[in-house]
Design a protein around this ligand. Sequence first.
Ligand code: 1YM
Length: 641
Amino acid sequence: MAENNLHYSDNDIQVLEGLEAVRKRPGMYIGTTDVKGLHHLVWEIVDNSIDEALAGFCKNIEVIINKDNSITVKDDGRGIPVGIHPKTGISTVETVYTVLHAGGKFGGGGYKVSGGLHGVGASVVNALSKWVTVTVYKDGKIYETKFENGGKTLQRLEIIGECELNRTGTHVTFKPDPEIFDTDIYDYETLKVRIRELAFLNRGLCLTIRDDRDDEDTIGEKFLYEGGISEYVKYLNQNKTPIHNEIIHLDGEEDGIMFEVAMQYNSGYNDSIYSFVNNINTHDGGTHEEGVRRALTRVINNYARKTNMLKEKDDSLTGDDVKEGLTMIVSCKHPNPQFEGQTKGRLGNSEVRKLADNVFSQGFDRFLMENPEEAKIIVEKTMTAARARVAAKKARELTRRKSDLDVVNFGGKLEDCKDKDPSVCEVFIVEGDSAGGSAIKGRDSMTQAILPIRGKILNVEKARLDRALSNEEIRTIITAFGTGIGQEFDLSKLRYHKIIIMTDADVDGAHIRVLLLTLFYRFFKPIVEAGHVYAAQPPLFCIKHGKTIKYVLDEKERDEYIASLNPNTKYDISRMKGLGEMDPEELNETTMDINKRVLRKITVEDAIEADAAFSKLMGEEVEPRRQFIEENAKFVENLDV
Ligand code: 1YM
């Protein structure tokens, strides 16, 4: 307990016990104590500022990473109330920061959800911090209170100065407790991506982020979008080719529920549909998304029939047909959202389905009527998608496996493993026949299957499902995985729980790796999301000294290893050959042996960023791809954000 003149009452003891509970089981409040949890703390504080903005009192929010990896969040809202709180007998600011259930109770309703924390965010951040300072500008005065070591009051709220009468706001600085978190280093990119997203989702709100760790004079980056989610759609389509100019933006409100949607079709074949409730990404959709999808299919069909583009004999367009090449953001602000599903990523409120359907169908129908040229382009696109769907269905029959025997024999390409338990089986997708040959000889044939691929595989970013299915390499991969594709996809049928991409550590290898990742991300997204995809890491150097042979992955590891050697060791370094030139023993030893190899797991932290990255790398625009190939050495790091 701090050495100061505070008098601790029974009430204070209870408060400390509350915060102690958070410290004992941080996972219950912020999910994890890894780098993700560390960043979560920022969002808990920023959420309070966003709330204040949604209530109409705050225009500017600033986030600063300080030199010591503490975080400052500033807003120009009303300032947290400074009066004595009737229940606790201490100032409301202190109450909000020390009582676990304070925020929500007098947070005044609003649209707060805090990703499930319901207004306990400030006290949770305090409980998990080494120290916290809260400054409030209000009524011409500057107030300040300080906490340390997990929320123990160091300084009661005091007036520390004066300010202009019209200046209001809250500034919070906190330093996460290194005893709680595995890491204390903030990632600027991670914070920036979410701050930009918050700016898109809250039109007119100005958010800035600044990194003071290297240089205190940095200006930082400012995000302010008057167009809101329309500008989000524009951003997501920036490396794609839109097929109509205007971004369609529709909104409506009923019973305090706000709903809006922005959309634009592009010439591509994938859809990018993202939905949010109270600024939180609803990964698994829900009633807001369902309402829009249902209305989209209905309105397009009605319009196509009315204009005779779709004839009486023609089948209706499906939900899949009308979403091809569609970029769409759906955003709902709800005072009482019900999040459902295992990861709470689905909106359950049934009244939203109807609101979304009404707002969308009325607005979109009107858009089609008023813009017949755009309407024609959109309907034609969906009709082409329908034709491709029928063709793909035929092609897909070819990838269906009739029995396990088929797999062993298909074209003789897949060298399957003996074990049939997917949880212990892995498949190496290997570049080139010669590396494939070495891998087959060097593998553990019980659990390791080898699938050699020849040359570059098709870029699915620029090809529809039917064309992809006519590509032999892709068909082989689909058949080997066993999951099926499209609507028939079934993750539980995956035959290998590790899918390992094994390519050379050069530009060509990087290119093939990104083509495979594009294929997996676009056609087998759940496999990537479930963490089944890995990149093998063949070593770059071999260091021999005496009888010891050490393989290292890169220059950094090489230099570190050499530095660790006795200075008198006279050693020999050689650059490793490509996979194809390694003999089976070498390949096994360096890249495949479960006990010695290094695998990199490909993860998708942020689906929206990954989507943007793939369209940038693999889409129509040539320049970004050229840049990528030049900088390719870094791309895997960029992809597994
Ligand atoms: C940098 C963090 O916490 N801003 C903030 C928080 C509050 C208010 C304004 C606020 C809310 C209300 C009335 C209200 C909070 N107040 C409370 C509580 N920024 C940051 N800005 N007046 C001011 O909701 O009625 C909790 S958060 F509970 F004290 F009202």
